[in-house]
Design a protein around this ligand. Sequence first.
Ligand code: HPA
Length: 238
Amino acid sequence: MATAHIESQLEDIAPVVLMPGDPLRAKYIAENFLEDVKQVNSVRNMFAYTGNYKGKRVTVFASGMGIPSVGIYSYELYNFYHVESIIRIGTCGSFHKDVKLLDVILSQNAYCKTYFPKLLDGGEDGFISSSEELNQKLIEVARRNHIPLKTGNTITSDVFDLYCDSKEEFRKNYPEQDFLSVEMEAFGLFYIAKKLGKKAACLMTVVDSLYDQRSLTSEERETSLKEMITIALDAAIE
Ligand code: HPA
C-alpha cells in the first residue's frame, strides 16, 4: 500500500500519531524517545517512524509547514491508514503579554481566515475546536508531570506573521478574543479531523514572542521541547 505522499504499509502506522512540523524533529523523537524504531516514510524527506514508547506503539510523522502540507498528511493518515488521533507538537509565536518564550501551550480552538474549507468541502473558516478527549488527557498528563501548560485560542495563519508589513494590521484581521499563540497548521489539522470523525490536538512551544525578546540557550530550548514531547507521548499511550 502507498498513497500519493506516503510509502508506508498499512501495518506500519500506529493508531496514534505525534506530528511535529520538522522532519528532523521526527527523527530526533524517534532516536531519543522510542525503542524498536522503524522508519516508515521518506517520500519528500517527510520522515516518519514507528516504535515503542513505554511498551506501546506510536508513530511520529512530520507534517511540513502550513495548512496545505498538514492537510495532505493528516488526510492520508486518517483516511487511508486508519489513524484515530493526531497530536501536533509544534512551535509558535505569541503576542499575548502573559505568554513567555518556551511556554508550552495547548490549543483548544484555532481561528483561521483561509479558503481551505471552501475548496475542500464547501465548509467555513473561522473558529474550530480540537478534541476535548485528547485535551483532557494532555492536561492530566501535564499536571501529573508538574509541567505547566497554558490552554487557549490559537491563530492559524497562511502567512508567517513575522514577515507581515505590520503586526498591528495583522492582528486586526482576527477577533478581539485572547489568542495565546500564532502558528500555521492547527486549523488545517482540526478541520480534517472533524471532517473525518477523528481526533486532533495541538501542543506548541513558544519560540517567538512580542513581549519576551530574550535570546535562548540551546539547553533552554531542549528542555521545553522535551517537556512538550513527554506530555504528547504519555497522553498518546493512555
Ligand atoms: N508565527 C507563525 N508561526 C510560527 C511562529 C510565528 O511567530 N514561530 C514559529 N512558528
